[in-house]
Design a protein around this ligand. Structure first.
Ligand SMILES: Cc1ncc(COP(=O)(O)O)c(C=O)c1O
Length: 374
């Protein structure tokens, strides 16, 4: 049996008749830059997430970068974030000219630890950026309180977690509810994926929204009049059409991932060396990744074994950001963020996409059990 880590062709088969007519119309009419199709998708996301302002842009990386610029992050400012995340989180901080400052993660959820983040705040900190890793939200009540206490902006990196939920004071909130701004990626492998790169920032604040709209078109409200230097980072019109067609399916797809996760949780319970994802009753993960922790040093051997069995798996992420060559100038040393470093040695993500069959799930689980029996 063959079980790829992700197979997007199956999803495409289910939605091609929804997506293709509008793409062909846009191509027929040669309408590619912003316009009503982008605006429609922005309004749809505002309604879907119940946020007042959604601004599309070219990628999740830019969704972060534009938000950092909107908060005037630049020289002599710092942004506190996790070293255990995709590179773009910190790359965007560097690229606006600010300094990435790392703090360690919570070992259960792999998300930035609010107490560690607060200890890293200085009078140069302008933004704290938790990352909702693998589809599970970071502790937003704690981060909101931290941001208010320390007078910094709270930017959510929700690239992997669109519409994940968390119960705060008895009420379910979602990505973008408690942050001052929140960045999404529509990279094809995300739960809501485009046919290429695309991203979006949502915000509670009208002035920030206006600034984001300006920054994505070279920093001017009016063509050829530039109040500041911005970027060319628009949400591509064709991608907006794809995303509009896919949005109604998002909840069902994330439900499918949760169902597959529940299958693995049960089927992999009781293996000493394997920790299945820790998601509390106050969190609803969208499982962009289903990530095991493999204790005892056999993570890579398990990945090899799965490959031999025709099963895809992935290591997200093998190297923490504080130890990346490009960030040597920050002066971090090995051992400084032990939980992040340990996670890099132990994590292994399994296929969890919603179209997996029960036979495939059972085969993955049995192959893992067989590895630890041997
Ligand atoms: C946590 C995180 N942040 C940022 C990004 C950047 O998004 P994109 O690839 O759309 O630029 C990604 C996704 O790839 C991500 O996983």
């Amino acid at each position: 049996m063959n079980v790829p880590l992700l197979d997007l062709t199956l999803q495409y088969r289910g939605i091609s008749t929804d997506v293709m007519p509008e793409l062909l119309t846009l191509i027929d009419e040669q309408r590619f830059i912003l316009g009503p199709v982008v605006e429609r998708f922005e309004r749809e996301v505002e309604t879907y997430l119940d946020v007042p302002h959604a601004i599309g842009c070219a990628s999740g990386t830019d969704a972060i970068l534009l938000a950092l610029r909107a908060y005037d992050c630049g020289r002599d400012t710092e942004v506190v974030t996790s070293p255990f995340t995709f590179f773009a989180t910190a790359g965007a901080i560097h690229n606006v000219g600010a300094r990435p400052v790392f703090a360690d993660i919570d070992p259960d959820t792999f998300n930035l630890d609010p107490a560690a983040a607060e200890a890293a705040v200085t009078d140069r900190t302008r933004v704290v950026m938790p990352v909702h890793l693998f589809g599970q939200m970071a502790d937003m009540a704690a981060f909101r309180a931290l941001a208010d206490r320390r007078g910094v902006k709270l930017l959510e990196d929700a690239a992997q977690a669109i519409a994940a939920r968390q119960r705060v004071n008895g009420e379910w909130i979602t990505t973008g509810s408690l942050g001052d701004a929140c960045a999404f990626s529509f990279f094809p492998t995300k739960n809501l994926g485009a046919f290429g790169d695309a991203g979006m920032t949502v915000t509670q604040d009208a002035d920030t929204a206006e600034r984001l709209r300006k920054l994505r078109v070279h920093g001017g409200r009016q063509m050829y009049h530039h109040e500041e230097v911005g970027y060319n980072s628009r949400l591509d019109t064709l991608q907006a059409a794809v995303l509009s067609a896919k949005l109604p399916h998002l909840r069902g797809w994330s439900d499918g991932r949760r169902k597959n996760a529940a299958f693995y949780d049960q089927a992999l319970a009781g293996i000493d060396e394997v920790q299945t994802p820790v998601v509390s009753a106050d969190n609803e993960s969208i499982y962009n990744q289903y990530t095991l922790r493999v204790r005892g040093g056999r993570r890579d051997a398990l990945a090899d074994h799965l490959r031999e069995k025709g099963i895809g798996s992935g290591v997200y992420y093998p190297v923490p950001l504080h130890l990346q060559e490009c960030f040597e100038y920050l002066g971090y040393k090995e051992g400084q963020f032990p939980e992040s470093e340990l996670a890099c040695r132990e994590v292994l993500s399994l296929p969890v996409f919603p179209e997996l069959t029960e036979a495939q799930l059972a085969y993955v689980a049995e192959s893992i059990r067989a590895f630890f029996r041997a």
